[in-house]
Design a protein around this ligand. Structure first.
Ligand SMILES: C[S@@+](CC[C@H](N)C(=O)[O-])C[C@H]1O[C@@H](n2cnc3c(N)ncnc32)[C@H](O)[C@@H]1O
Length: 277
């Protein structure tokens, strides 16, 4: 990561300046990525989406256009050291975000990797990602950027990886080849689907609410039969499924959670708890 940019203030000053009232797109690490008054909520929204889709602390996350780490700061805290990879071309915003949210001690502890890049060069990291997050980036990007990002991501994804992105839906496609910031671009749902398919992935549109009316879509390997609706309805991390998988691995049969619980409690009370952990 380049360290050539000087933060606009000290870490302490940045951490105590929330940018209230600063206009979107201005040179403040919070305003740069959207309305400062929504900075916390939009960060939480991204983290919630990733964890609802199944992101575990052992997974590797690529955060494309991570900006000032609005959402990235939460993932960096959650993931095990070395598992967060951020790409961002706006050096000052990234560095101010690092200074405000992390500081050198926390960076040393969680070891995130950052790449200052405007070409979606995920392959440069040389790793495979379990999750790729592209929030509020395709809402300003032209079609050629979206296609390039999908192709780069595809090369770094495995069969179970999940690519999650937002865009602004419209009846017509934006025409142009440049990133328009802080203005916006809009695309047809069909165009997004075609570009995902062209990249060798399967597109899943999610009809969810979003504070800025952005639409989420997922791109996954065609063989990945992920049930996104079930995951988002809270079925992720089922303890019952976990117990069933563990029991099966031990050569046992799959049973209901209630049965496990009865047995677990019974064994516990008898002082010989031996269900797999
Ligand atoms: C609205 S902000 C979103 C930041 C972050 N993804 C979030 O939602 O919190 C858009 C970000 O995309 C970045 N960006 C601009 N051109 C880009 C490019 N070619 N590749 C990746 N990011 C880009 C901008 O600098 C900005 O930080």
């Amino acid at each position: 990561m380049s360290t050539s940019t000087t933060p606009s203030a000290t870490s302490q000053e940045l951490a105590n300046d929330f940018g209230d009232g600063v206009a979107i797109g201005e040179q403040h690490y919070r305003a740069w990525v959207g309305p400062p008054e929504y900075y916390d909520r939009i960060g939480a929204l991204q983290f919630r989406m990733l964890t609802q889709l199944g992101m575990r602390e052992t997974h590797r996350l690529a955060d494309v256009g991570c900006g000032s780490l609005r959402g990235g700061r939460l993932s960096i805290m959650y993931l095990r050291p070395g598992n967060y990879y951020g790409v961002e071309p706006t050096s000052w915003a990234l560095h101010d975000g690092i200074a405000a949210h992390l500081g050198t001690e926390f960076v040393g502890m969680k070891r995130p990797t950052f790449l200052e890049d405007a070409d979606y060069s995920l392959e440069k990291f040389g790793v495979q990602f379990d999750f790729v997050n592209v929030h509020s980036v395709f809402t300003h990007a032209p079609g050629n950027h979206i296609r390039r990002c999908l192709q780069q991501a595809r090369a770094c994804m495995h069969e179970k990886s999940i690519f999650a992105a937002t865009y602004l839906e419209s009846d017509t496609d934006h025409v142009g080849e440049e990133f328009v910031y802080p203005w916006v671009t809009q695309f047809r749902r069909d165009s997004i689907e075609k570009w995902v398919t062209d990249a060798g992935l399967r597109c899943i549109h999610l009809d969810l609410g979003h504070p800025f009316d952005q639409r989420w879509f997922l791109a996954v390997d065609p063989a990945n039969d992920i049930d996104a609706a079930a995951l988002l309805a809270g079925e992720v991390y089922s303890y019952e499924t976990y117990l069933q998988d563990e029991m099966e691995a031990f050569g046992g049969s799959r049973r209901s959670y209630a049965d496990y619980l009865r047995e677990d409690l019974a064994r516990q009370s008898a002082g010989k708890r031996n269900l797999p952990r």
